[in-house]
Design a protein around this ligand. Structure first.
Ligand SMILES: Cc1ncc(COP(=O)(O)O)c(C=O)c1O
Length: 383
């Protein structure tokens, strides 16, 4: 199947139209071997040596994700964190990098902790502000700009095309954590980004039953070859079964993302002017700060993630999460089931997250049930 001639829904549903030539099976077998035979003349013409470096189980999910992102190549990793950190570790100590103040907290911790100790000069900035990015870029010294959009858990929006142009002018690469947008809504490489990263744990797989990550590159480069080597050397390699499950999840990605977007939008609009809610954070709301940029770079929806700030501070927020019955009180996002989380309890001191904030991952249930469940939980927590 030529992914340029069919719609992304078709690419995903048929996993690029793959069939097993030997058996005519329409889904791939589960490849479990950890090692591969050498040829009689001592060569490895199959290109496969050992499953820490490479695995046939990766071929199809990597090809599908690469096609959906319009990239040159995709590499699967054992987690989103393994993918993201490989992108930074492919730099050299002393390199200057820029990342957002509002971003996935565990990566922010790693950047300000391990990466800074290792020697990266990490600067956290107000990434959605184009002037802040331009002021922080040091031409020739800044090697990588990391963008997350929409960004956890305030769902701030960064203009990818503008950030890519600014980074390029300063000689820096631009990487986008597009976990929340998914390739269904946004294609950062087409907007000028050099790399796209996903916690495939989330929407790409979509069923809360594996941990995985992926990096996609727009072009081959020395940086990319170092990323590839790091995967094999550090061993942040995905397991075969997880790769197989991921391919299965990918087939319904567009359907799930559209359903989650529609539910998130319904919840956001319902609670926007609710008497027990101080604020709804969702880029799909016309008054949201990043709405106009989101409209330009997200197509078909604004994502399944939103946050609400409740009246009454952290005690009420924690009580709301305790009283929901359909929204599951758990971390993570992007599964078929809706999740609710008091985010400040997770991120702890130093986080930019307000204490009254609840992060919501809208699943694919019926919107009426999601709204009614939040209504009763808010009423009970505020009584
Ligand atoms: C936006 C975002 N990026 C990266 C990650 C890290 O992914 P993983 O948990 O698969 O390591 C997460 C996980 O929650 C995330 O939400």
């Amino acid at each position: 199947m030529d992914p340029k001639r069919v719609h992304p829904d078709t690419v995903a549903a048929q996993a690029l139209g793959w069939i097993d030539e030997a058996t005519r099976a329409v889904t791939p077998p589960l490849h479990l071997s950890s090692t591969y035979l050498r040829d009689p003349d001592n060569q490895y013409r199959s290109g496969r040596v050992y499953a820490r470096a490479d695995n046939p189980a990766f071929d199809q999910p990597e090809a599908v994700i690469n096609a959906l992102e319009g990239g040159h190549e995709a590499l699967l990793f054992a987690s989103g964190m393994a993918a993201a950190t490989a992108c930074f570790l492919a730099l050299a100590p002393g390199d200057h990098v820029l990342a957002p103040k509002v971003m996935y907290w565990s990566l922010r911790h790693w950047l300000t902790g391990f990466a800074a100790t290792w020697g990266l000069q990490v600067e956290l900035i107000d990434m959605p502000d184009p002037a802040a990015l331009r002021a922080a870029l040091r031409p020739g010294r800044t090697k990588l700009v990391w963008v997350e959009t929409p960004a956890n858990p305030l769902w701030t929006i960064t203009d990818i095309a503008d950030a890519a142009a600014a980074a390029r002018a300063a000689g820096a690469l631009l990487a986008v954590d597009s976990t929340v947008a998914t390739p269904v809504l946004s294609r950062p490489l087409a907007l000028g980004a050099d790399f796209v990263m996903h916690a495939a744990t989330k929407y790409l797989n979509g069923h809360s039953d594996l941990v995985a990550g992926v990096l996609v590159t727009r072009a081959d480069s020395e940086h990319w070859q170092r990323v590839r080597k790091l995967r094999a050397q550090l061993g942040g390699t995905l397991g075969s079964f997880e790769a197989w499950l991921l391919l299965r999840g990918l087939r319904t990605l567009p359907l799930r993302v559209r359903a989650a977007c529609s539910n998130a939008e319904r919840v956001a609009r319902h609670f926007e002017h609710h008497p027990l809610v101080r604020e709804v954070l969702y880029p799909g709301l016309p008054g949201a700060p990043g709405h106009e940029v989101a409209k330009r770079q997200m197509h078909g929806g604004f994502g399944g993630m939103l946050s609400i700030r409740v009246d009454g501070g952290d005690a009420v927020a924690i009580a709301v999460a305790a009283h929901t019955r359909i929204w599951k009180r758990a971390t993570s996002l992007g599964g078929t089931e809706s999740l609710i989380e008091h985010r400040a309890s997770v991120e702890g001191a130093g986080s930019p997250v307000p204490p009254d904030l609840l992060r919501l991952s809208a699943g694919v249930e019926h919107a009426d049930d999601l709204v009614a469940d939040l209504e009763q939980a808010l009423a009970r927590a505020s009584a």
